[in-house]
Design a protein around this ligand. Sequence first.
Ligand code: MSP
Length: 646
Amino acid sequence: MATSPAQTGRVLITTPIYYVNDRPHLGHAYTTVAADFMARAHRLLGREVFFLTGTDEHGEKVAETAWSRGLTPIEHCDDVVAGFQDAWQALHIDYDRFIRTTEEDHVNGVTKILERLHEAKTPDGESVIYEGDYKGLYCTGCEKFLNSRELEDGRCPIHPNREVREITERNYFFRLSSYLDTLKSMIETDEILIRPEIRKREVLGLFGQGLDDFSISREKVEWGIPLPFDRSQTAYVWVDALSNYITGIGYGNHPDNYRKWWNDASVLHLLAKDILKFHTIFWPAMLLAIGEKPPDELFIHGYLTLVGQKMSKSLANVIKPDAWVPEYGVDGARYLILTLFRFGQDGEIKEEMIREKYNADLANDFGNLVSRASKMVLGNFGGIIPEADFSGPEEKALGEIIEQAEKTFAEAVDRVDPNQAIAAALSIARETNRYFDHAKPWARAKEKDLDGLGVILGVTLEAIAKAAIYLFPALPTKVPELLRSLGLLDDEIADRTGKGKVVAALVGREIQKGPALFPRVEKQKPKPEAPKKETKPTDGVISIDDVFAVKLKIAEVIEAEKVEKTDKLLQLQIKIGEETRQIVAGIAEYYRPEDLVGRMIVVVANLKPAKIRGIESNGMLLAAKKGKELRLLTPDGEIRSGASVG
Ligand code: MSP
């Protein structure tokens, strides 16, 4: 059996590192918020936690996207990474490290892993890495290997007139075959624990279908980490990316830290089923080969879907990661992400369901109870919280329910079930509601039975504080706000767990009046007069207003020169009518500066200025690009510079 966080008291929690050829969306937020919940929940249970997330920045696609934006790869990465970091900040993600695969310590760590792999022998004494031929379908137009799914009728969809040839590239291979038996038995016996069970079975099924040795390097990809033993090749992106889980905690750079968080902790990887094989087979095999322990647990969750399809950029059906924050608040957004679906199953996002869930759970069950009890303390006790006396039969019963809920919470966290953990926390609020309604404090108030009323309110608020503590991993801004409104001081609630010293000390505190914790969200009435463009499309379709927002103009190139120290960038002076402007464009590989002077081109004239390599660029030229071919768009016939396009 794998070691659990309960045994080690220490846990490393990871998310996949996200590709930078996609802007962050709610699908990425799903894993990240769940990981953040798990990290906070383990801290609450008294465990030491390291929470690692980050971005996967190497590979051909990233470099291509960068050049097509007129940026260098690292400039492009910096830009997209900032978007991920902003999104995580907006959702109050409290990671311990955000790792980027372009960072120096990661590159060092991967280089060491590659060296170890190169020296390593399999249990049968063969070398783990061997040179071999990587055979694949290669498009000379794109200058890259395509897989059979990318082909249309056996042809490259971008260069249908060119032949797709089977060519062979010299690569280094990882001898996966030598580790398959060991891995299979580790998975069967839960030494590598794969949850949920259905995914474990799926992985075990893969062993029956034949798993080939995999290539760990690429000859033609420049944007990557060079192999230390053959610098003409770079590490295959998956070898580079998976390694983050150990370089991110110090492998190759800080051995003590690494041992602490890998060997002396329980390691939990969270991911969705799209990348199951890499994580459950390739990654543990790589670790075994370099003499390190495999991860303890992998939890494979489901997809967020929209209209039945996995949310992803390629399908253009994305919701922004923080899209729900303006309406439901940070905590509301996190709560919805965490509770709409069972972690492990796919879930279809529906607008109606979101509002109902928020109103039922947070506005009614929790927020309302807090407000009712607080108001009665303010009205009858001058805001001073009475003692919580749990000795009466009803109170005792409630106390037992709370204890049970605390256990249920811990068990759910240990089986990576955020949904049920939150349900357990919320059940405290629901049961307290029941207790409160049954005890009828308003009748006691009417009878002026302040002792009886004091018990009900003291117990209710103590129970609310308990619920709040266990809701903290989901609601990290509202819970401190609530505890503060119950008169607790910042230093009593401010630690990272949210637990502070709360439990002992509500009696005698003074309730602070404040706004509703979770105001109800009402259905937005359709505004007939609202312009169409305000409803953001989720299907990639834009309105005519969006088209008109982009000002395309004909411009004449009057000067062109190469940008120093780059192979790709040209600095152009252009004339749009009477106006002269400078733009920087990633077209140096396709056009010589001297061939551009005097040419008419199409530019986006109202683009926000940007600095590229420190040079101001005031617009963007339009070009058509597929693979390694690029052609500028030019007017078909004579037309003056400054003419509008559209
Ligand atoms: N870069 C690789 C991972 C390398 S990890 C060593 C990658 N990146 S990714 O940007 O495509 O992220 C994939 C992960 O994002 C999924 O495994 C999942 O965690 C999350 N999700 C992306 N879209 C999602 C949904 N629509 N629904 C749920 N999770 C989603 O693969």
